[in-house]
Design a protein around this ligand. Structure first.
Ligand SMILES: [Fe+2]
Ligand SMILES: [Fe+2]
Length: 360
């Protein structure tokens, strides 16, 4: 069901007939001793209090906190704050509304981000890696979930579209990093890209995001790392003669991307691509979390409040100055012809690495 009125646009005396997420629902007793329904509605633009004065008990039976409802009423100003006076509420069946209308969402459009992802997949040169990625993102259910999923419940990219935003952000650094270290190491761009794209794909099933962000039962019991490996194995098995060493390398990048055993990685990174991915993932998560921390920072304050993620407050006093110096930044150096022509390393070499043998 299409949402038309957003909370931030509701003005006094507006007639409202639209869909909202019920963030709070409780009963109160009016001064006249009559029960009334005390509600808080939410959508992606904000939150608003709402009251139902008539038939409160009957209306309350039709929905619960966390449901998406269609509400009819009008807006009034109470002590200078706009609230809704509700005449009727009806629960909207699951799946008939768009989560992006009710939950905080990426600043970027999901349809643009998925096109960017398709372009990244297109740039992969190894036919097997490309076939695997294409078969995963051709799946309509995966494609839809991948555009909507947050990257985390709270720590970083905790918004609709957060996962794909996080993935694209890492992918855009991959080329720079792979190129930069190529003079020392034959970084395999295709494997690193596949790992960047797939490392958190299990999150499309680990997190639920229809009316609030939470872990699914499978997410709590299995977790996104194992779920990602399961997905890769399933999709690789559907491709005739899919090379085992490529499946194993991509799985290793997924399994080791949390870098340390105590951070939830069943394996520590044991390939250059896996080591790079684990750092890039951590860096991107921290930068995105910092962005939110500084946005939430009080106007004019030079420090954020204490941050659990960093176990310290963060100094933000110099952040604005970077913009002024933008123009002085050195231009990135052009690749030489020889660098451009450098062949992509042969993936078959990965087959002999003996990954997954041994401990930790
Ligand atoms: Fe992860
Ligand atoms: Fe990640």
């Amino acid at each position: 069901m299409k949402k038309e009125t957003f909370i931030k646009d509701i003005k006094e005396r507006d007639r409202v007939k639209d869909v909202f997420l019920v963030a709070r629902k409780d009963m109160g007793i009016s001064k006249a001793g009559k029960p009334y329904l005390n509600l808080r509605f939410m959508d992606s633009s904000g939150a608003i209090d709402a009251r139902a004065w008539d038939n409160a008990e009957a209306i309350a039976k039709g929905f619960e906190t966390g449901d998406i409802v269609k509400a009819r009423g009008y807006a009034l100003s109470y002590r200078g704050v706009i609230q809704l006076n509700i005449a009727a509420i009806e629960k909207i069946p699951d799946g008939e509304s768009s989560p992006a209308d009710f939950l905080p969402s990426s600043r970027l459009k999901p349809e643009d981000m998925i096109k960017d992802l398709d372009r990244v997949v297109d740039s992969v040169t190894d036919p097997s890696v490309k076939a695997l990625l294409e078969s995963i993102f051709r799946d309509p259910d995966i494609r839809r979930r991948f555009q909507l999923a947050p990257a985390a419940k709270a720590m970083h990219h905790a918004f609709i579209g957060g996962l794909i935003e996080h993935v694209l952000s890492i992918c855009s650094v991959v080329d720079f990093v792979a190129q930069h270290y190529r003079k020392d190491l034959e970084i395999n761009r295709d494997i690193l890209l596949a790992g960047a794209i797939l490392h958190d794909i299990g999150k499309i099933y680990e997190l639920s995001y229809s009316s609030s962000f939470d872990y699914t039962d499978e997410g709590k019991l299995i977790g996104h790392i194992t779920m990602g490996v399961e997905l890769v194995n399933k999709k690789a098995a559907e491709i005739p003669d899919f090379p085992d060493h490529i499946r194993m390398a991509i799985n290793h990048l997924i399994l080791s991307h949390h870098r340390l055993l105590e951070y939830g990685s069943p394996k520590r990174p044991k390939m250059a691509e896996a080591i790079l991915l684990a750092f890039l993932d951590d860096m991107d998560a921290k930068m995105a979390a910092l962005r939110v921390m500084t946005e939430d920072c009080e106007e004019g304050a030079n420090w954020t409040p204490y941050q659990r993620m960093f176990e310290r407050p963060i100094y933000t006093g110099l952040l604005g100055e970077a913009e002024d110096k933008e123009t002085q930044r050195p231009e990135p150096q052009e690749q030489t012809k020889e660098e451009k022509a450098k062949p992509i390393p042969d993936l078959s070499a990965l087959g002999d690495l003996g990954l997954f043998k041994g401990e930790g």
